[in-house]
Design a binder for this molecule. Structure first.
Ligand code: PLP
Length: 410
């Protein structure tokens, strides 16, 4: 119908579909939701206002909506072994705002990973509300190993007595020591919050340790390794239910998007299937092969490898190629990746030394170790031949051929 009624938008959606089908997505925070999820997401549930929570809504007519939201909550609890789950946050950033408001007062201290070393802007940065309202104390990575320096976390916690400690990242490729984080938080009576946005799918698939038993509160996006609709959830110990529920509604937001909550319920069911565990395992296996192949081709990988789905590559330090030059070359061959600062980067945030890549999307297409080796080769040749248009267009043909063998939706 859209085709006839609004061909401009219809055409652009078609073009975007074509772009997704014909490029290999290496952006670590992207993935492909299933057609079932997309169908639920665009359903007529979008028409309904359902402020507040199941069983105590403000408007009438909630008999179906209440069931859907409760099913989403129950399935999420089953996946993550969480005591309390709130499925209403519209995306991660409002979820974070709700958690901060639930647990902190203005000017309280928050301890979190330093921004230039792998955490997310919204944890505490001048560009985000978190910086205006709270005192952010950064902990850092060891300058040699590029691993989180847990002794420093311990020392900073004892010295500053933060109200909350955040363990979470958007560009760190190693496992976190959840137990040690818990001990440090206990020593200073701090709330321990984990932001598992990047690794939630790997936790749901049982290939990374589940931090929920160690944490007071855990937030996650649902569209990254989880392969779900664009959304977020908050999980916590049951004792915090009242504070979190109130912070989400009515403090931060009103009408929840029940169409997306339904899509999330569908997605939770997908994650409970045995196939999802196979997928999660493959995401990590693929990342390990991709990282070691890139090393063989001469790239410096931050921390020397990966324990999860993401790889931080020091392109400038490896070949003296800047991010912008690398991005252009990769775009020309149909590989999609994003710039990222590396720990102790000597270049600026908008023109950093690193590229962050990840395997969740390519793995969803069905790509395995063999394809990772080819991707590593194409990635390397594109960057080394960034000024050779003939070479770049023959690499583009290789990417097109591979994408044709691994369709996303067709
Ligand atoms: C992606 C990401 C976010 C932001 O999520 P949005 O849903 O886009 O607001 C927050 N935290 C981490 C660690 C992330 O990786």
């Amino acid at each position: 119908m859209l085709k006839n009624n609004d061909s401009i938008i219809f055409d652009l959606i078609q073009k975007e579909e074509n772009r997704q089908e014909t490029e290999i997505e290496l952006i670590a925070s992207e993935n492909y939701a299933s057609l079932d999820i997309l169908e639920a997401a665009w359903s007529i549930l979008s028409n309904k206002y359902s402020e507040w929570y199941p069983g105590k809504r403000y408007y009438a007519g909630q008999e179906n909506i209440d069931k859907i939201e409760q099913i989403a909550i129950n399935r999420a609890k089953e996946i993550f072994w969480a005591e309390y789950v709130n499925v209403q946050p519209l995306s991660w950033s409002p979820a974070n705002l709700a958690v901060y408001l639930a647990f902190l007062k203005p000017w309280d201290k928050v301890l979190g990973l330093s921004l230039d070393q792998g955490w997310h802007l919204s944890h505490g940065h001048p560009l985000n509300f978190s910086w205006l309202l709270y005192e952010i104390i950064p902990y850092t990575l060891d300058s040699k190993t590029h691993l989180i320096n847990m002794d420093e976390v311990d020392r900073l916690a004892s010295e500053n007595k933060p109200k909350m400690i955040i363990a979470g990242f958007s560009a760190y490729s190693r496992d976190l020591d959840w137990k040690r984080f818990r001990e440090i938080a206990d020593n200073v009576w701090a709330i321990l919050m984990a932001d598992i946005s990047h690794i939630a799918g790997l936790i749901a698939g049982w290939v990374l340790e589940n931090p929920i038993p160690y944490c007071d509160v855990v937030t996650t996006t649902t569209h990254k390794t989880l392969r779900w609709p664009r959304w977020a959830i908050i999980m916590s110990k049951w004792i915090y239910e009242k504070e979190i529920a109130r912070a989400v509604f009515p403090w931060v937001q009103w009408g929840p998007h029940e169409n997306l909550i339904a899509a999330k319920a569908v997605a939770f069911a997908e994650a409970l299937k045995p196939e999802f565990k196979v997928y999660a395992r493959q995401v990590i296996d693929n990342a390990r092969v991709l990282a070691s192949e890139l090393q063989n081709h001469g790239f410096k990988i931050i921390s020397g490898g990966t324990d999860n789905h993401l790889i931080l590559v020091d392109v400038f330090g490896s070949f003296g190629v800047t991010w912008k030059e690398a991005e252009l070359a990769l775009e020309k061959v149909g590989l999609s990746a994003n710039k990222n600062m590396i720990p102790y980067d000597t270049r600026k945030a908008l023109d950093p030394s690193g590229i962050r890549i990840g395997t969740p999307a390519a793995t969803t297409r069905g790509m395995k170790e063999t394809e990772m080796k080819v991707i590593a080769k194409i990635f390397t040749e594109a960057i080394k031949n960034k000024d050779n248009e003939t070479k770049l267009s023959s690499l583009k043909q290789e990417v097109l051929e591979m994408c044709g063998r691994f369709p996303i939706y067709k």
